[in-house]
Design a binder for this molecule. Structure first.
Ligand code: GDP
Length: 192
């Protein structure tokens, strides 16, 4: 199963008490704003506009849970890197993220990184969060269609050297489809 035609938003949580029942399997997606997270979610699920709802007014600051199949979910975390959230919104994130890490259904984290920019401030925090929780991290270096082959090789090498054993890293493009099968295999493996 590598595509999820039945995928749908099941809830947008502003508080950990609203999270869905902690059963089955779920995979988190995180990344800086504009890194290509929504495009990656749409591509790997095979649903062209699934994650668009995460960008609708009022939902960009929430944890958006999508059900791909019964008991199989994606959690779309708020994009970070822009100081546009209110203090109240920012204060609500650490408790929610901490609560997410305690869910036994959480199987892994996809970290979305713009391959033209590489790992930046904020990315390391998410990797540490997943590591502390004992969850694996898989980095999608997105928009790889924008890089020349040698540039991409350098970017991948730099990310792998920086992360060593803390994450696996692959090139990805929602536009060209590069790396799509590899990303789908990872998602299916975690959701199995
Ligand atoms: P998000 O804020 O992380 O959810 O990012 P989006 O998925 O909305 O993408 C941000 C911008 O990057 C949009 O203009 C997308 O069209 C563009 N984008 C996303 N993925 C790719 C990609 O793989 N290749 C290219 N060339 N552009 C992309």
């Amino acid at each position: 199963m590598s595509q999820y035609p039945q995928a749908a938003l099941i809830l947008s949580a502003a508080d950990a008490r609203q999270f869905p029942h902690d059963g089955g399997a779920e995979v988190a997606f995180a990344g800086r704003s504009n890194a290509g997270k929504s495009s990656a979610i749409n591509a790997v699920t095979g649903r062209r506009s699934l994650a668009r709802v995460s960008k609708t007014p009022g939902r960009t600051r929430l944890l958006n849970f999508f059900e791909l199949l019964p008991g199989r979910r994606i959690v779309d975390l708020p994009g970070y890197g822009y100081a546009t959230a209110s203090a109240a919104e920012r204060a609500s994130w650490p408790p929610m993220i901490a609560a997410l890490a305690r869910r036994s259904s959480l199987k892994g984290l996809f970290l979305i990184v713009d391959s033209r920019r590489g790992l930046l401030e904020g990315d390391a925090g998410l990797i540490a969060w997943a590591q502390d929780a004992g969850r694996p991290v898989h980095v999608l270096m997105t928009k790889c269609d924008k890089l020349k082959r040698t540039e991409l090789a350098g970017t991948l090498l730099a990310a792998r050297q920086a992360l060593v054993d803390s994450a696996t890293v692959q090139a990805f493009s929602a536009v060209s489809g590069a790396g799509l099968e590899e990303a789908r295999r990872q998602l299916d493996h975690w959701l199995k």
